[in-house]
Write a protein that binds this ligand. Structure first.
Ligand code: 76R
Length: 249
């Protein structure tokens, strides 16, 4: 019997990680740099306006460490919009001073593991819609990593019954709930879209809570037995002013 979890999908997501080419940026003329920053700010303003119109949401963060210098996390209605944004951005002068570091394509996902049985159409429920099409928080910190659920012979998540998975997801959700108000999670599904099965994006005003939460989950069965994790990216909130500040040389 097919016991695939039922999932609800919302906005498409692109995590676009970039590295700044500092030698090129420092060597550029003052006017070129000013022009490039104007272009960047035009994008940031456009994205703010789109968010105000509830047509998507964007998070802009620095990345600490050598994996990247900053990330645009873009949520939009369609893959076409995400593609158009990356192409438009790539044509800017500002983008010429960046190189690609990593990217991740996925879609905001809710699963039915913990949903109560009800005849109501979840897509008519405003709370569900708010989670599928979320305004990304402007928390001080972001943490992103991709992950899989294991498909080994002895530990194969996809061979477990719905009931077994539900029991484990309940325990997972209980740990998560202990971080309510401290960490906000956005789970994006990426089966068929990217190299891992989910993207995990966490937001918090206290970066230490990422470590506490992820560590606590490592002891929980679903993560301990079945979780496989990709690279972790962690960073700090950027807005127009702090991005301009970052680019000062
Ligand atoms: O959606 C819900 O709030 C219901 C409970 C819930 C589900 C179904 C939930 C709660 N998660 C769900 C699904 Mn989660 N989550 C992760 C990670 O590092 C690790 O070990 C795992 C990475 C974290 C840190 C985290 C946090 N969750 C999922 C899924 C899809 C699984 C599937 O479909 O098989 C993944 C991959 C995943 C991974 N989870 C919570 C949290 C937190 C903080 C919560 C509580 C949210 C809240 O109550 O607001």
């Amino acid at each position: 019997m097919n016991e695939a979890a039922m999932t609800l999908e919302g906005w498409y997501a692109l995590h676009d990680f970039r590295t700044i080419n500092w030698p090129a940026w420092k060597a550029a003329d003052e006017e070129v740099r000013a022009f490039a920053l104007d272009e960047l700010n035009a994008f940031l303003e456009e994205w703010d306006a789109l968010e105000a119109a509830l047509k998507g949401s964007t998070a802009v963060y620095t990345i600490v460490g050598q994996k990247a210098d900053f990330v645009f996390m873009l949520l939009r209605e369609t893959l076409e919009e995400l593609n158009a944004i990356e192409n438009a951005f790539n044509k800017t002068t500002f983008a010429q001073f960046t190189t690609k570091a990593y990217s991740y394509v996925s879609i905001v996902e809710l699963s039915n593991y913990l949903a109560g049985s009800s005849d109501e159409d979840p897509m008519q429920n405003p709370h569900v819609i708010a989670r599928l099409k979320p305004a990304l928080p402007k928390s001080k910190h972001i943490c992103f990593y991709p992950m899989n659920k294991k498909r080994d012979l002895s530990d194969n998540w996809y061979m477990l019954s719905m009931d077994e998975r539900k029991t484990m997801m309940r325990s997972h959700g209980m740990i998560g709930r202990g971080y309510a108000g401290k960490v906000k999670q956005i789970i994006t599904g990426s089966v068929g879209f990217d190299d891992w099965e989910w993207g995990v994006t966490l937001f918090s005003d206290d970066a230490l809570q990422f470590k506490k939460l992820v560590y606590e989950m490592r002891f929980d069965e679903v993560s301990a037995r079945f979780g496989e994790f990709g690279p972790f990216y962690v960073g700090n909130l950027l807005d127009q002013a702090s991005f301009t500040d970052l680019m000062k040389v």
